[in-house]
Design a protein around this ligand. Sequence first.
Ligand code: IPM
Ligand code: SF4
Length: 464
Amino acid sequence: MSGRTLVEKVWDDHLVHRADGEPDLLYVDLHLVHEASSPQAFDGLRQTGRRVRRPDLTLAVEDHNVPTDSLLISDPMGRAQVEQLAANCAEHGIEHLRHGTAHQGVVHVVAPELGLVQPGMTVICGDSHTSTHGAFGALAFGVGTSDVEHVLATQTLPMRRPRTMAVDFVGRPSADVTAKDLILAVIARIGANGAHGHALEYRGEAVTALTMAGRMTMCNMSVEAGARVGVIAPDETTFAYLADRPARPTGAAWDDAVAWWRTLRSDPDAVFDRTVDIDVTALTPFVSWGTNPGQSVPLGAAVPDPASFTDPGQRSAAERALDYMGLVPHTPMRDIGIDTVFLGSCTNGRLDDLRAAAEVLRDRRVDSRVRMLVVPGSMDVRRRAEAEGLHEVFQSAGAEWRLSGCSMCMGMNADRAQGSQRIASTSNRNYEGRQGDRARTHLVSPAVAAATAVAGRLAAPSEL
Ligand SMILES: CC(C)[C@H](C(=O)O)[C@@H](O)C(=O)O
Ligand code: SF4
């Protein structure tokens, strides 16, 4: 028998029930909840007279609807969702991090920073970017609202085992290539649906060299390649990140945990259903030009000509995307003017991301035609950034320093783009209407976002 992949190991460890022709039933170690995907799940519990099985393994956070410039939600629908979450958590005894309190933030930023996400766990949330937590070697899935109800009621989830796909990064990238560029390059290569039905495992020197923030950026966007899961084997970087987090195991339990975590890697003879090699030695910063994250190119390239796609589906998708984006084929990406820059989200709203952007903005000014929003991924990130003086760098450059939340990542709150504004955004989705009704999104790394804010057009720090 051949060895097992990391995903298979964690899966097998959580198997509660298996029967032919049925999905496996998995035990859930951590259930994250937010206001946008949980109301019907709690309603379902009420209608059937059931309680939350393990409130102690459940954490709720307000993030999608909260404003980032005040504590008052002006939109009645958004306010109702947030109040409903508060009532549901009070009724079921679930810990709930409220807007404006010390540990609030985007759910996928908050849970890891509290140390709640650990290697070898199963983590579920009614949110597609739950894949983020695979950065710790956890098996983390986004699920729909009916599955949220199932997990609330039983702490288990029926799941079909995904196929496995290894993404092997070959070589060392140059210093200006970040985790965001690596993952955009992967998605551009395999397509926005290229990993459908698979769990991704990212491997290679370029991955082990990443900080936990970079690994989370990478795993976060697994879902943008069509995979619900993306994992990275835990290592010394993972253990060091967890070592001083509030929810970590302590004393002898820490030593035991680390000894077990070290076994959580794909066996050398494990067989993946698919393997993709990505040579990173020649990579440069990536930006998106279209309306799905796979429609991305190096910043030094030009807007592609739809005629260059041999696949008819890709060609018509490119035509539609260029029409929506208001772009003309062969325009150099660097010539595309930008009027809004959004630095934040569960993809790139962590302290490392803010540091990278601040380094570029120090002693520089945001172009007068550009509005830049800096939205820390959590209040904890905000506090730490302020302790380092990063907020002063952003503010003296002319950027807005905000409270934490999903913000402009997904126009579900007051931070929405107006009309067909063009945004350089460190978030993960560039769908039509994502950041505002007709908003045009270009996905970028934090460093490119900051350089773009200064230049007023898509730019890399090396050009300033
Ligand atoms: C609203 C929520 C369910 C959604 C998700 O599933 O990811 C959102 O967070 C997103 O990023 O599109
Ligand atoms: S920051 Fe964006 S991607 Fe992340 S959970 Fe919020 S809306 Fe979804």
